[in-house]
Design a protein around this ligand. Structure first.
Ligand SMILES: [Zn+2]
Length: 377
């Protein structure tokens, strides 16, 4: 294969969050902080309009293993407003000064799920950031990494105007979470479950480190089927977020009843072998995040060693005949395909993909799927 030629045509990120990636580029990255003291220093050295805002925070990387709460942040930052966003985007921590300015309040300073997005929206307004400047800069970053096209997986009515008329040499297409935008979208994004970090990914067997917890499915089968049918009637495919095997089972039950040829499955961090075979047989493409292989060090605590054999098993998926696409899920993780390739190349067995193979997914596989199919809307 002429890898260089393929790569020179540029990469396509089949799953990312362009606005959030661009926004987070403006904030302090906390991913290298080894303890709370370093975290405070990093935040203080990188104020933006008087605010300390940190992203890519993960308590698993701190020796203390805790999310700093309001009392701690008040002591460390006083009247400087501070906001810390966890790497998964599902948790935010703030101090009193930040909560007062933002008009949000939680006793311990912690906010979860939908509140995170509302809080970030307010934060952007308070920081006087110009969304289109933020976005232009983010797109230029992606271009520098070699991207020619990115597929945003969470477009809504609030973000869409930021993108209109922007041209930084990177084509932006999107899946939407808003049925009202479906006509302009490649398809509809639906979340079947949560994530392994928060133990909300839906599993058929309980969490190894949380007996009795099987995670959560967001939809009933009937509710999901009627949603999927609605999207399919509009002639659009779905892209379904499924991280645990119970979510994959639900997806399989539903697409056996309603199907668009371009329906996609996202993430599939843990699936059983029988499911991988079913996905191959049904010709369902799976959009993997090779860079997530870095999670294996802690995911083994959630799943136990047995299930880990077919978790993050990108090589096994390929061997079973599944059509693979690749995404970064930035800003959840880094967008650079070379980082993704470096994360999986040293792994063994079903967890392994060659370095070049990963780059080829970002360059050739994603492009073929999107040039050949979805862009003919
Ligand atoms: Zn995503």
């Amino acid at each position: 294969m002429h890898q260089e030629t393929i790569r020179r045509q540029g990469y396509v990120d089949a799953h990312c969050h362009v606005w959030e990636f661009s926004l987070f580029n403006r904030f302090a990255s906390l991913e290298k902080c080894a303890n709370l003291e370093e975290l405070v220093e990093t935040l203080k050295s990188c104020l933006i309009n008087g605010w300390a805002v940190g992203v890519r925070f993960n308590q698993e990387s701190l020796v203390e293993k805790i999310i700093p709460e309001r009392a701690f942040l008040d002591r460390a930052f006083g009247t400087t407003p501070v906001v810390i966003v966890r790497t998964c985007l599902h948790v935010v921590a703030a101090n009193t000064a930040a909560m007062q300015r933002l008009g949000f309040f939680a006793e311990n300073g912690l906010f979860y799920e939908a509140k995170v997005f509302n809080l970030l929206k307010t934060l952007v307004a308070r920081l006087n950031l110009e969304p289109r400047d933020v976005l232009s800069q983010g797109l230029r970053e992606l271009k520098k990494l070699g991207f020619v096209q990115v597929i945003d997986m969470g477009m809504d009515r609030q973000k869409l105007p930021f993108f209109e008329g922007l041209d930084e040499g990177v084509k932006v297409d999107f899946y939407t979470v808003d049925l009202g935008l479906l006509d302009d979208a490649l398809g509809f994004k639906v979340f079947l479950d949560g994530g392994l970090g928060a133990r909300t990914a839906a599993l058929t067997e309980e969490y190894a480190d949380d007996p009795g917890n099987y995670g959560l499915l967001n939809h009933s089968d009937a509710g999901l089927l009627s949603l999927v049918e609605r999207v399919h009637r509009k002639g659009k495919p779905i892209a379904a977020h499924a991280i645990g095997d119970r979510a994959v089972d639900q997806f399989l039950r539903v697409v056996r009843q309603s199907r668009h040829p371009l329906d996609r499955l996202e993430h599939v961090q843990y699936a059983r072998e029988d499911q991988l075979e079913a996905l191959a047989e049904l010709k369902i493409p799976v959009c993997i995040q090779p860079v997530f292989s870095r999670e294996m060090s802690w995911a083994v605590r959630r799943l136990g060693p047995e299930r880990m054999q077919t978790a993050y098993a990108w090589g096994l998926m390929r061997d079973k005949g599944i059509r693979l696409l690749a995404g970064s899920d930035a800003p959840v993780d880094h967008p650079d395909p070379r980082e993704a390739a470096a994360a999986v190349a040293p792994l063994k067995g079903g967890h392994h993909l060659d370095f070049e193979e990963v780059l080829d997914l970002f360059a050739r596989a994603n492009r073929e799927f999107y040039l050949g199919n979805c862009l003919s809307r």
